[in-house]
Design a protein around this ligand. Structure first.
Ligand code: TPP
Ligand code: NAG
Ligand code: NAG
Ligand code: MG
Length: 575
């Protein structure tokens, strides 16, 4: 091709084409100097661009897309403050092991060190929070860096990657033929576990008196639902999902022992961890929540996770789905016909405890007392929403009780505050889930269950939801506060006493009876304010069939809480 007919491309166009070539489907962000043209170029390249109202939400949406599709979503932000606003999101994606690519505009390089507009050490700031961070040196290098960042975000343990785009590159033109060409990186290569360790795992498991399988979100991410279901059904072993492992095997499967979670963890003698880490969510695998002598069989894609934080009896490194297939095969070869006895003392013990816990929960769920409690609200929600809905949730009680009450029957249908326990992720996750549902799972409803405090972190994203016509159903479980609030009357006494509210109102309290549904209504969505079960049922019936976004603001007892727990769950303060 001659110099004369070598068509020119800008940095923005080269970036968009490179992302498209790497299989990126969605980008979320907020534009400004110097990335406005990048946003437009993304759309020209056929990548869905969603303009959000806060970079954090954009970053959460992009990482949820990474989890749902297996390839990273892009988060596009401006320099300086834009980058600082996504650091939390990058950290989150890395803590959660979700692929994500953040692209930040940067000041022009010839102004660096001079106090340029929004100048900030962006690559350095990102580095701690992601797997790979680099500045793109020139337009011709863009395809190389994009492929490397996309590949790094997915390979090994997934996480966030960051690319810095100096402003002068955005509109700089080069001939198309000058771009370094890089093919689309394939999905991560699959790794198998050591065959001898696989055989050892089956012999440890089959000798166990009180075995337990824990299914984590690593299993959901690697799409291991088929092999895991086969494994638990073949072996008849009890299993527990972690919050985002819910649905890999249905929550209402007879082998699911979520209702006896504490007992199962405490008394198990062998635990098979499938893509679940022994972090705070699993109480580190240590006493008092576990038996000190429990043996663990770890299955994880990340070798560094092995033996963390306690030695593993068997360490199986590899792709979750591949390793579980290996386990299935080893069971057939070495323990053909073996099945953990359904009449064993362990099963009897677990079922007794699960039945007892279910009865207590059912009693609270059937309560007709007003104001409503969490359990009776969720009972109505689960009866009204489609069984295959994607459920997004955040809050404290709202999320914890919702994990128990809102069942998932399919994998990757629950997104919540996860490993990092971050408030503010819900709206971004819901927006990503709604786009994913629209394009990949048509007809699937997205239900976003928010505590009233949690909703406040990113509530203005409801404008984004209405702008892109995403038919999300929001349910705000409103107890007037963080963990608990005050009722209107008590608040009123305080106000009328003319006291300085900043000195006396509890730090956990929020404005009583706040009308969150009106926020959505302001942008054309449908809001409902409900204070009793009948109103809730009617609102759910109407909202689940509505093609608009809806928000049901559900007033509950301000001091409603969880059923009595055997162990405190991060509640040292007693709140
Ligand atoms: C970014 C962030 N800031 C603060 C917190 C502390 N925090 C934990 S849960 C929570 C909100 C809980 O209240 P709500 O969402 O109303 O749920 P509820 O327990 O009242 O149902 C807060 C602020 C957090 N987890 N993340
Ligand atoms: C821990 O396990 C051992 C061996 O299975 C058992 O003897 C012991 O009673 C268990 N301890 C607790 C606290 O359950
Ligand atoms: C990070 O993403 C996870 C997904 O597991 C989410 O649950 C969590 O709240 C997020 N945390 C932050 C800091 O964004
Ligand atoms: Mg609350």
């Amino acid at each position: 091709m001659g110099e004369a007919d070598d068509s020119k491309v800008t940095g923005a166009m080269a970036l968009a084409e490179a992302l498209k070539a790497q299989g990126v489907e969605y980008a979320f962000g907020i534009v400004g100097i110097p990335v406005v043209e990048v946003g437009m170029a993304l759309q020209q390249a056929g990548i869905h661009y969603v303009g959000m109202r806060n970079e954090q939400s954009a970053c959460y949406a992009a990482q949820a897309i990474g989890y749902l599709t297996g390839r990273p979503g892009v988060c596009l932000v401006v320099s300086g403050p834009g980058i600082l606003h996504v650091i939390g999101g990058m950290a989150n994606a890395t803590v959660n092991c979700w692929p994500l690519l953040v692209i930040g505009g940067a000041c022009d390089e010839d102004q660096e060190g001079m106090g340029a507009f929004q100048e900030y050490p962006q690559v350095e700031s990102s580095r701690l929070h992601c797997k790979y961070a680099a500045r793109i040196p020139g337009v011709r290098d863009i395809p190389f860096f994009v492929e490397k960042a996309v590949r790094n975000s997915m390979y090994g343990r997934p996480g966030a990657c960051y690319l810095d785009l100096p402003g002068q590159l955005v509109n700089k033109q080069v001939g198309q033929s000058q771009l370094r060409t890089v093919p689309c990186c394939p999905p991560p290569p699959k790794v198998l576990a050591d065959p001898a360790a696989v055989v050892k795992a089956t012999s440890v498991l089959t000798r166990a008196q009180r075995p337990l399988v824990i299914i984590g979100k690593g299993a959901a991410f690697s799409r291991a639902e088929g092999s895991i279901r086969q494994f638990v059904e073949k072996t008849g072993l009890p299993f527990l999902p972690t919050p985002m492992g819910k649905g890999v095997v249905p929550d209402d499967h007879p082998l699911c022992m979520s209702a006896a979670r504490s007992r199962a963890l405490l008394q198990a003698d062998v635990i098979l961890l499938l893509g679940a880490r022994l972090n705070w969510m699993l109480h580190f695998g240590l006493p008092p929540r576990f038996n000190a002598t429990v043996k663990t069989i770890q299955v994880d894609v990340c070798p560094e996770e092995m033996g963390n934080p306690r030695p593993a009896e068997v360490a199986l490194v590899g792709d979750l789905d591949c390793v579980v297939k290996q386990l299935n095969q080893a069971m057939d070869e070495h323990h053909r016909g073996w099945r953990f006895a359904a009449e064993s003392p362990w099963w009897v013990n677990l079922k007794q405890k699960a039945d007892l816990n279910r009865r207590i929960t059912q009693e609270m769920a059937q309560s007709t007392k007003l104001p409503m409690n969490y359990y009776s609200v969720f009972q109505n929600v689960i009866e009204a929403i489609p069984p295959d809905a994607i459920i997004v949730s955040e809050g404290a009680n709202t999320m914890d009780i919702g994990r128990t009450m809102l069942l998932n029957r399919l994998p990757r249908r629950r997104l919540d505050a996860g490993t990092f326990g971050t408030m503010g992720v819900g709206l971004g996750f819901a927006i990503a889930a709604a786009l994913y549902a629209r394009d990949h799972l048509p007809g699937t409803k997205v239900v976003c269950v928010e505590g009233d405090s949690a909703f406040g972190f990113s509530g203005m994203e409801v404008e984004t939801v209405c702008r892109y016509q995403l038919p999300i159903l929001f349910i705000v479980v409103n107890n007037n506060g963080i963990y608990a609030g005050l009722d209107q009357e008590t608040w009123g006494h305080m106000e009328r006493a003319g006291t300085q509210l900043t000195l006396v109102s509890p730090p956990t309290s929020l404005l009583p009876n706040a009308r969150y549904e009106q926020v959505l209504a302001a942008f054309g969505g449908k809001g409902y304010f409900v204070a009793n079960h009948e109103e809730l049922r009617r609102a759910l019936q109407s909202a689940t069939t509505d093609n608009r976004a809806s928000l049901i603001n559900v007033m509950i007892e301000p001091t409603s809480s969880r059923k009595q727990q055997d162990f405190d769950w991060l509640t040292r303060s007693g709140l």
